[in-house]
Write a protein that binds this ligand. Structure first.
Ligand code: TRP
Length: 338
């Protein structure tokens, strides 16, 4: 362990992401950059949630590949494995073990009322498995194992973090003070990057329109083409305004990738045409992504290093998770020897 007192000196941050395919520049400027900024100030645990991923059908070889790719992407974006624990959820057995105990203080009614469970049950009507309903309880186990203070998530996960809070409070009431009650940290939706084809919608990796999202793995030519096709409006002035969602989105993207504010971006493009503007946004994004893509490729060619790094992260997480689970087992009355 590189650092003494890695745990408990600072506030604890916990988040996780499912290894499900390509990340977009929206994921990058929202979640990933956030995670990276937070590693300075907090003790961070970041998991690749493979246990969660299998609640919908996965191709095993793909799941394995996505897991490694996600780890490489995070490192390439600047996550520092010396400063945070980046690990694969299934490498730390306490997640599943704590989930079992938490299941006994979670009501079926609560779990079945979760919006995401209802949505996913509809979307995967042929596969409404127990894991799908248990998904938020496993999430609670993730968070509570590390006594997390804060959980940065998208707005769609807020309800799950609230359930984790309820479960923590209920367990503490029943068995005595055990868990810290976590706070969700929700990014304002207005700050999020929108679809290039329909700025009313969030940029999504699963959009049917191939020009709607820019992926972290897109090459320069593809990036420039997607920005060239981005929707704007007929007013031809480059400023952020509610009735100019396309242009506003492009200004936000430019500001996020060039560094600086939207106002600065507006000034930089004053009097310019949309064609020139869209090209400049595309070039800025492509330039920013180039070093990340090169580093990601280099890392993916070194599976030995990635494996070792993930093992290190899991060991770090394991030490904390084991302590919490052992306390939980004691509290609920499991005999653990004298
Ligand atoms: N469900 C989260 C998502 O899809 C991922 C996740 C799993 C998570 N466990 C977590 C997020 C714990 C925060 C904390 O985005």
């Amino acid at each position: 362990m590189a650092k003494l007192g890695f745990y408990m000196e600072k506030k604890v941050m916990y988040s996780a992401v499912q290894p499900s395919g390509n990340l977009t520049i929206g994921n990058y400027s929202g979640a990933i950059r956030n995670w990276i900024a937070m590693q300075e100030e907090y003790d961070c645990f970041y998991a690749i949630a493979d246990l969660h991923a299998i609640t919908v059908r996965q191709e095993p070889a793909e799941l394995r590949r996505h897991t490694l790719e996600l780890a490489a992407t995070y490192l390439a974006c600047g996550l520092d494995p010396e400063r945070c624990a980046l690990y694969v959820q299934s490498h730390v057995p306490q997640h599943a073990e704590l989930c079992w105990v938490l299941n006994t203080v979670t009501y079926v009614g609560e779990a079945s009322r979760m919006t995401q469970f209802k949505d996913k049950s509809q979307k995967h009507a042929d596969n409404v498995n127990m894991g799908l309903m248990d998904y938020p309880v496993l999430m609670a186990a993730d968070i509570l194992l590390y006594l997390a203070d804060y959980v940065p998530v998208g707005a769609d996960q807020k309800q799950h973090v609230e359930l984790a809070r309820d479960i923590a409070i209920r367990f503490n009431n029943r068995y005595g003070e055990t868990f810290r009650v976590p706070e969700p940290l929700i990014k304002k939706d207005g700050a999020s990057i929108r679809s290039l084809q329909d700025p009313a919608r969030k940029m999504s990796k699963s959009d049917e329109n191939p020009n709607a999202a820019v992926f972290l793995t897109d090459d320069r030519e593809t990036i420039l083409r997607k920005f060239k096709r981005a929707v704007t409006d007929s007013d031809n002035s480059i400023r952020a305004a509610e009735d100019k969602p396309g242009v506003t989105n492009l200004l936000n993207i430019y500001a996020a990738f060039a560094g600086g504010t939207v106002e600065e971006a507006e000034r930089a493009f004053e009097g310019k045409g949309y064609g020139e503007f869209k090209l400049a946004v595309g070039e800025t994004v492509a330039d920013a992504l180039a070093p990340i893509q090169a580093e990601r490729k280099r890392l993916l060619a070194d599976k030995g290093y990635l494996t070792q790094m993930l093992q290190g992260g899991a060991e770090r997480a394991f030490k904390v998770a084991r302590r919490t689970l052992s306390k939980v087992y004691r509290k609920v009355g499991f005999f653990q020897g004298d």
